[in-house]
Design a protein around this ligand. Sequence first.
Ligand SMILES: Cc1cc2nc3c(=O)[nH]c(=O)nc-3n(C[C@H](O)[C@H](O)[C@H](O)COP(=O)(O)OP(=O)(O)OC[C@H]3O[C@@H](n4cnc5c(N)ncnc54)[C@H](O)[C@@H]3O)c2cc1C
Length: 467
Amino acid sequence: MNAGVSRRSVLASGLAIGAGLIIPGAPARFLPGGVRAADRRDEPLTESTAKDTRTDLLIVGAGPFGLSLAAYAQQADIPHMVVGAPMGFWKANMPQGMHLRSSCDWSLDPLGVHSIDAYLKNIGRICRDVEPLSRNFYLDYAGWFQREKGIHSLDVTVSSMHTEGRDLVAVTEGGGRIRSRFIVLAIGFGNFAHVPPELALAFPRDRCDHTSDLVDFGRLKDQRVLIIGGRQSAFEWAALMREAGVAAVDLCYRHDTPAFAASDWRWVNPIVDRMADDPGWYRRLSPDAKQQLDQRFWSEGRLKLEPWLASRIKHASIKLHPRTAVTGADQGASGIEVALDSGEVLTVDHVVFATGYKVDFVRVPFLANGLRSSVNVRDGFPVLDEHFQASVPGLYVTSLAATRDFGSFLGFTVSVRAQAKIIGRNISEVMNGVAASKARSTLASSRRAIGAGQRFVPPPAFGAPAN
Ligand SMILES: Cc1cc2nc3c(=O)[nH]c(=O)nc-3n(C[C@H](O)[C@H](O)[C@H](O)COP(=O)(O)OP(=O)(O)OC[C@H]3O[C@@H](n4cnc5c(N)ncnc54)[C@H](O)[C@@H]3O)c2cc1C
């Protein structure tokens, strides 16, 4: 803290987080550009802040992964800056009334202080009072976390990125230039909404949406809707739509109806925590072991539906079509006529693709005119080293786009703390010049480990992975 201004007093003065706000006397490490507060007192966090700024670490994305990393960077005294709307994806692409599948143990704080439990204590509640956690509860928690940590995010969109000498430069939509030694892409899910091309082509563009683009159900009131997809999102969107006055919802999916059964994620935390101390652990597994582990993780998520959803789905206006595929669609006199391979034809007004997310890194728009050709991509994913660093030195990629090299866990908030520690530590080490010598010994030890040709041996507490 500097100039006798505590973080609490900054918060108590009513200054909120976001664009266009003045942060008088904010602690040095909260300011963008790695510039000390003493030098840049009263600097407003506006688009103009980014006009020509320099920092050591630029975090692109202020979702759970970006915020957690910012908290780590702050305590490690890494001058840093965060850009993106705080929890933007959760606010704009997840509907009011949605509930989480995860619980109170998947917190944001890599330091373990500002956990969900600590937040609950602060508001006089316990986990049982708030389970299943709602999207709104999680947003409140994230807002509290950000305030407690004093993390300020500049609400701008990065539109392109390139290298200049040893630095990386992010250019914002408003023409700002942020030059940084390290950039971490914590851009999450938004760029990777997936719709199978044959489905996208089958329906009129203005009569269909991916779930991530449909969070205001009011506009579908009294309409007939077909949801294509049969996992948690499809069922939850169906329940929320019915509750918002949608006249009829048909769900069509190629598999059996998943069971309404509680997911057991307890085995995941210890594995992910362990990853923080052994970042190469997942990549050293044999392909079979990786597949088993990912399969076990996805089974919890994809083969189950949350039990609290069951009663909300059992309703005359929601019809399930398991083991069914769409074979064609035509505009009819009273709506879109959708042919199913069961022989049935549905007439609907709108179609929703609950078809999930698929990483295709070259689709990230801001890479188009700069770094795209320099980033090694395999199977659609950026190829990352043990510290989340891509083939472009100084560029790190976390969250969903890191699942190929770090496992499916990276698609969920359970991993935010581990990734923050791994990336934050590595950047600290590079800045302090110790990485080179460490890298040599890590390389030697990982060569020894890979040479041993391991199979995945579950840590004793977890039992054997499910088949
Ligand atoms: C429907 C749904 C339900 C889910 N439920 C759960 C759950 O219950 N539990 C759980 O752990 N996980 C859940 N997840 C996964 C969860 O969303 C992710 O784990 C988490 O949000 C990823 O965090 P993130 O910070 O990487 O990305 P995001 O939350 O996607 O945030 C990334 C941010 O980056 C910003 N951004 C992107 N591009 C730019 C740019 N060019 N310039 C500036 N900013 C940019 C975006 O605006 C966005 O706000 C769910 C996902 C979905 C889709």
